[in-house]
Design a protein around this ligand. Sequence first.
Ligand SMILES: [Zn+2]
Length: 428
Amino acid sequence: MIRKLLIQNGTILLKNKLVPADVLIADGKIVRIAPGLKPDRATETIDAKNLVVLPGFIDLHCHLRDPGQTHKENIASGGLSAAAGGFTSICCMPNTEPCVDCAPMVSYIVQKAREESPVRVYPIGAITKGRKGGELAELGLMREAGAVAASDDGCSVMNAGLMRTALEYAASAGLFLISHCEDKNLAGDGAVNEGYNASVAGLKPIPRAAEEVMVAREILLAETLNTRVHIAHVSTKGSVQLLREAKRRGVRVTAETCPHYFALTDDMILTYDTDYKINPPLREEADRQAVIAGLADGTIDAIATDHAPHDPDAKRVEFDTAAFGTVGFETAFAAGYTYLVKSGLMTLGRLSELMSARPAAILGFEKTGAVKAGFAADLALVNLNAFWNVEPARLLSKSKNTVFKGMELTGKVKYTVVGGLVAYENVR
Ligand SMILES: [Zn+2]
């Protein structure tokens, strides 16, 4: 029997206008979009009154901590947290223990996600064995096992010659590389953005150049080879400028940023609260503005979460030794809606592209990332009028280290549908 679901009384985005429409789903795909559709007896229904039906969000960058640090997160809890944030597909970074640097590790993630995650999970393999920067990992075999990209996230591949070889090899293996841009010699053991606040707080600085020299290098390598490269978590004004110029020249570079870089600045570190310790670090207002301009004009292609769960023991230590990162799935859409759309900086349509259609295109996924007949029924049903206060204890992630704690955001995910099945319903 064909499983059917009808989403009634909602609205969809059509040419940047919200228009009333019902969405009929059969066998995991959207089959019809029109107002006033009637269910037959075998069709399940969702009442989407006051809800906007958006394409499910696709996250290019998250950490699920499985295997190795499952007290922080695992595939089941991370998948649930993602579903609660309206994500229907997530790509997880390989910096687990052991590292995802070979085909059996990729298979482990694929298999476990199939059994435990309410959302689709796509592993990213390491570029180098053990993410040590010395020897290339088995990119082709990982691709065959289901990896969608390769990255040594958490580190840059410091050897430019090896990175060049990796870019060539990845292209022939049908993968693209995601570069965590951080020159480790420049970053040293820094903890926060180099600038006035770091001096006031007396915390060890990370200069913007630590990011920017690597962004420049990746652009030059991709340009030389005429191959693709994707830049992770862009945080500085200089990186945005480098990307804008590169794209103008036709370099095949794409980039993502994360909600904390368009919502917050390093003023937060003056609290000495280690939840605000992020890598790359929160920057200054001029950087935040440049990131927003980059998102608006297409210099930055996508919003990713860099969901990085940490247990209290990793964060409740002095700033210099605390772990880097913030959780991000459950606040990403609301942060985007609050800081970018409600504030008038971009349309809901543009935000939706940045969170769904563009990541789908970067990944080469077809027939997903839009609410269209024939596309996968991967959807986020959101209430744009819901105000909510971010209470860490109520997050579904195993970890509660969020930079948005105590803040009031607008926009709440009510239902998440993956392949025509309800993966999450907010009943709170
Ligand atoms: Zn990273």
